[in-house]
Design a protein around this ligand. Structure first.
Ligand code: NAD
Ligand code: DAU
Length: 336
């Protein structure tokens, strides 16, 4: 298989690229990434020597470039997106451009290439279901996104699915829960807390700290995406999540990080809540489990592996935190 991975220089995309090249040495991977503030060539370091790997800097909204790239591929997996809820709450333009228009544009390209293309996997999120106060959302549950990020992701996946139903484009949608692991941008909760704690800085907790997220280790998620890519049914949606036992509040996560790092609980600081903050996400992953997928990491093992990676890779996160991120952090947190 030749796989086009859009957004492959980001957190999950780069883990998927690394996994694919290792597990399927006979396959080839072509990465396309715009290299926004979240894209990072360091995430793909070492792969350039492989003959079956190639990187192209580009935008999924660039129809002619994408036409050229898709023409030679058997499958497209689209991780490319604006991904941070807090940024979407300040300025959503880029979210609508990439997460809605970009997916539509990619679906158009896949439509014209559909004679050769076997699959277009659109990576979506459990946030499209909106808050689940009890139980777990199945793929059949209604989608009720509540913030500009989740609404944009819902728009993108609905357009992709509409291209399957209207034009026969071979689309599959994956809805993932909160990933953790190496190379996640420090704007996100877990890497922000780990790196702040390592720097003896306060750990900002929105609101009462009792908002629940379903945590999954990125390697488990990536294996699920790979299984869906190779064995999933066209036209279907698959949830891939950490499961009920790995649902944690922010305070539980913060306490576990401080414990692992031997830092004091006094670093925890409650700050103003995120507007429209969804109380709890929860998804039922039995459909992908029926394909044979199983998680290998529980929350504790996943967090320990993640903490160890950030400890061992200070250069990676310090380069990000000392750049334009410093100004972002001041703007978002100083008077919060
Ligand atoms: P990320 O922000 O780390 O990476 C996104 C990547 O997309 C970056 O490399 C960026 O440069 C690239 N990109 C952005 N706009 C682009 C464009 N117009 N054209 C080409 N490339 C572009 O994101 P992530 O956390 O790795 O998430 C990957 C995907 O998984 C996203 O679609 C996200 O919505 C989804 N998702 C993430 C999580 C999570 O917990 N991180 C959970 C569920 C679903
Ligand atoms: O659920 C899947 C989604 O998970 C993905 O689709 C998104 O791309 C990804 O960013 C993530 O969204 P969240 O909003 O859940 O992730 P975030 O890391 O921003 O926040 C996790 C929880 O921690 C959430 O309840 C908000 C809270 N939080 C976050 C930050 C950044 C804090 O309490 N303090 C913080 O400083």
């Amino acid at each position: 298989m030749k796989i086009l991975v859009a957004g492959g220089a980001g957190f999950i995309g780069s883990a998927f690229v690394r996994y694919t090249l290792e597990a399927y040495p006979a396959d080839s991977v072509l990465v396309v990434d715009k290299l926004t503030y979240a894209g990072n060539m360091e995430n793909l370091a070492g792969l350039e020597r492989l003959p079956n790997y190639e990187f192209v800097r580009g935008d999924i909204c660039d129809r002619s470039l994408m036409q050229e790239l898709v023409a030679n591929c058997d499958a497209v997996v689209n991780f490319a997106a604006e991904t941070h809820v807090d940024r979407a709450l300040v300025e959503a333009d880029a979210f609508i451009r990439t997460d809605v228009y970009g997916v539509y544009s990619l679906a158009e390209v896949c439509k014209s290439a559909s004679h050769s293309l076997k699959l277009f996997v659109q990576i979506s999120t459990d946030e499209v279901y909106g808050p689940q106060y009890e139980g777990a959302a199945t793929e059949e549950s209604p989608i009720r996104p509540t913030n500009p990020y989740s609404a944009s992701k819902a728009g993108g996946e609905l357009l992709a699915l509409s291209y399957h139903r209207s034009f026969g484009v071979p689309v599959i949608v994956v809805r993932g829960s909160n990933n953790m692991g190496p190379r996640q941008h420090p704007e996100k909760f877990i890497p922000l807390l780990i790196t702040n704690a390592l720097e003896d800085k306060e750990l900002p907790i929105y609101g009462d700290g009792l908002y629940v997220r379903e945590w999954i280790y990125v390697d488990d998620f990536v294996r699920g995406v790979d299984l869906v890519l190779r064995q999933g049914k066209v036209g279907e949606v698959y949830n891939i999540g950490g499961g009920l036992e790995n649902q944690k509040t922010q305070l539980e996560v913060a306490n576990a990080i401080l414990e692992l790092l031997g830092k004091p609980k006094s670093l925890i600081k409650h700050v103003a809540d995120r507007p429209g903050h969804d109380r709890r996400y929860s998804i039922d992953s039995s459909k992908v489990q029926a394909l044979g997928w199983k998680r290998q990491y529980g929350f504790d093992a996943a967090l320990e592996a993640t903490v160890n990676w950030y400890r061992a890779n200070e250069g990676w996160w310090r380069r990000i935190k000392s750049g334009e991120f410093a100004e972002y952090y001041r703007r978002m947190y100083e008077r919060r």
